[in-house]
Design a protein around this ligand. Structure first.
Ligand SMILES: Nc1ncnc2c1ncn2[C@@H]1O[C@H](COP(=O)(O)OP(=O)(O)OP(=O)(O)O)[C@@H](O)[C@H]1O
Length: 219
């Protein structure tokens, strides 16, 4: 079966001249929950942004959902099908209330108000966030915002999840709930985290980004 996402010989440097990726090869297959580790500044968030077309590689190929993706227009459907939850929830949340933030994406995809209402209800329930539906998003705690950011991506019903440090700010019980939730979801995912306990519980594979290349770690 073809990979959901395939990166081939990916090179990327920032305009400052900083060489971040120096030939990354990677395959994400159905059912994979991949832990993406590496030291601070190794380029993990950059790699997630490249998959979503938020950065452009200097060379190499990005294949997603069966097609090569090169130009901005090629990534429009990738951003919906491979939902990126940013490291900083404030980059993700911009509507007045939690329910409106969850509704924004599906409404934008042209779903009916009735369908969207059902998606919002179901997603809030899945993440145990029903009690926050009418809260003002920017007044939530850091952990609450992180879960709402995940919920806004889940509301788009993506095929792949790209999670950047999903456990930051979460208390022990909420982390436990996130472990149960992620291991029960059908989606393939890439999870960037420094929390090895969490990754050991959730991931099916581990890759480490070091000196610009990805290395598969022994199970
Ligand atoms: N917009 C940018 N412009 C220039 N340099 C950047 C930019 N964003 C990130 N960098 C640099 O690129 C490198 C990789 O950053 P990135 O955020 O991808 O690392 P990371 O592995 O996710 O780190 P962390 O574990 O600390 O979150 C770092 O040296 C960072 O300072």
């Amino acid at each position: 079966m073809a990979s959901l996402i395939s990166l081939r010989g990916l090179h990327f440097s920032y305009a400052s001249g900083l060489d971040v990726l120096k030939g990354v090869n990677f395959e994400l297959n159905a059912g994979d929950r991949v832990a993406l580790t590496g030291s601070n500044g190794a380029g993990k968030s950059t790699l997630l942004r490249l998959i979503n077309g938020l950065e452009t590689p200097d060379s190499g190929e990005i294949h997603a959902f069966g097609a090569v993706r090169q130009q901005e227009k090629d990534f429009r459907d990738v951003r919906v099908r491979a939902g990126l939850v940013f490291q900083d929830p404030d980059d993700q949340l911009f509507c007045p209330t939690v329910a409106e933030d969850l509704a924004f994406g599906p409404l934008n995809l042209g779903k009916s108000a009735e369908e969207v209402g059902e998606i919002v209800r179901r997603t809030l329930e899945l993440l145990r966030l029903e009690h926050l539906a009418d809260r003002i998003t920017h007044k939530l705690s850091g952990g609450q915002k992180r879960l709402v950011a995940l919920a806004t991506v889940m509301a788009l019903e993506p095929e792949v999840l790209l999670l950047d440090e999903p456990t930051n700010d979460l208390d022990r019980d909420t982390k436990q709930h996130l472990i149960s939730l992620l291991t029960e979801l059908p989606q393939a995912m890439i999870i960037v985290s420094h929390n090895h306990h969490f990754l050991n519980r959730v991931a099916t594979r581990q890759v480490e980004l070091s000196d610009g290349v990805l290395m598969e770690q022994a199970a």
